[in-house]
Design a protein around this ligand. Sequence first.
Ligand code: FVH
Length: 284
Amino acid sequence: MTDKTNTPISVVGLGLMGTALARAFLKAGHPTTVWNRTAAKADALVAEGARLAPTIGDALGGVTIVCLTDYSAVRELLGDAGLDGATLVNLTSGDSAQARETAAWAEKHGARYLDGAIMAIPSSIGTDEAVILLSGPRPDFDLGALGTVSHLGEDPGLASLYDVAGLTMMWSVLNAWLQGTAMLKTAGVDAATYAPFARQIAAGVADWLPGYAEQIDKGSFPAEVSALETDARAMAHMVEESEALGVNAELPKLIKAMADRAIAAGHGGEQYPVLIREFERPGS
Ligand code: FVH
């Protein structure tokens, strides 16, 4: 691995995120080159010590971090840039198919290509809380200046898959919290009062994951704590309560419908993670 802070880095795309990435590299002491379609966005970084590449081609000398709106912008920008010999780390958000296609495309043009995903907001870049996922060829350079960096494997689609899986977790948890908040507000309980209780429940559920994951990986779901048919009775309360209170019942109904289908398929005596079948092969 090359020295932590001496690797020359280029950052292409100086939106909110790209600017934070470039600033973190500068702060860590990396010689940092920047390029942006709208050149004025580089001014502050240049004042802080970055070099402005006059053309996109000039930005492709060292390890090049790309952070644009989407993958079509990446292909549009880099299509004519001359990628032979370049090392690209594409931290633009997308899905795994886009990542794999872009990896094949970049490699065909002679570039070494890593895909990546940023699970962080710009203000946390450069701290341990910023999770940066990489996949593709194992890097021989260090991007630790950005935060907690993990290389997930050779498949370039993995970082995007983890990203999407993480977003699914995030929005599902938030929606569940909002559902409970809406219900409690009908009784005059404000969001701030409910939040610590909700947090405790979410943390408790998070503790179940390793045991449930073991059941999924073994494909065996003995009801050690509760059977799915018992859970489904509690789900009915969730639907009925929401409807009676006049709050949105779509999420409770979806949760119950999935459990009902698994029960109808003969899994009512098994434990909750047996529902993985409903996610993998609905109705099986
Ligand atoms: N901001 C965030 O919190 C999230 C956190 C998680 C991951 N994302 C992803 O990061 C990518 C960039 O997001 P961003 O917030 O920096 O986005 P913008 O501030 O809108 O900047 C977009 C940059 O992309 C440039 N750009 C767009 N199209 C083109 C193109 N055809 N050719 C060249 N550059 C292009 C744009 O340039 P300009 O408008 O300033 O000239 C900006 O530099 C994104 O995938 C998030 O999902 C961030």
